[in-house]
Write a new protein. Structure first.
Length: 166
């Protein structure tokens, strides 16, 4: 389920159980129902499964200066592709190996396939003659709060979640 703020800005995704609880406690309202027409039944009521819900009261989200570095966010930034060969990425590689003083930061981490990660090992790109097509950088923008929403989301969410052009 996609959760929207009172201003219709996307906040996050949440499990069905949490979404239904928010709706039943009247803290949120249903904006769109499940496109498959699924229903939940209890002894006394039946409700349509929501796909998008909106909070009734505005929730202030603190401004973050930097997007947290997570595996999901890094894979999304690199489009689930190995930066070295372009195949499907399975691991995270440190451009400057941690054994050589490299930090675990956005600017030093890239998505990599298992083969390239093992081939590179703890060597520098210059030692292998490899280059990066694009320098790794910190992702910017509010849409990074919704990791996975854009990639795996319900088509009904498209009106509320729009990924800015890169």
């Amino acid at each position: 389920m996609l959760l929207l703020n009172a201003t219709y800005e996307p906040l996050t995704t949440l499990p069905l159980r949490r979404a239904v609880c928010l709706v039943l406690r009247e803290k949120a309202e249903v904006v769109h129902h499940d496109s498959a027409g699924a229903c939940l039944h209890s002894a006394t009521m039946t409700i349509d499964v929501p796909s998008v819900i909106r909070l009734r009261r505005y929730v202030r989200i603190p401004f973050r200066t930097r997007v947290p570095l997570t595996r999901a966010a890094l894979m999304r930034r690199d489009n689930y592709r190995c930066v070295y060969c372009g195949r499907r990425a399975e691991t995270i590689d440190h451009v400057q190996p941690r054994s050589r003083g490299g930090k675990h930061t956005w600017e030093n981490c890239v998505a990599s396939c298992m083969t390239c990660n093992h081939s590179k090992a703890d060597r520098l790109l210059e030692e292998l003659g490899w280059t990066l097509p694009v320098a790794p950088a910190v992702p910017r923008g509010a849409h990074w709060r919704l990791i996975g929403v854009i990639h795996d989301g319900d088509p009904q969410w498209a009106a509320y979640v729009s990924e800015p052009a890169a």
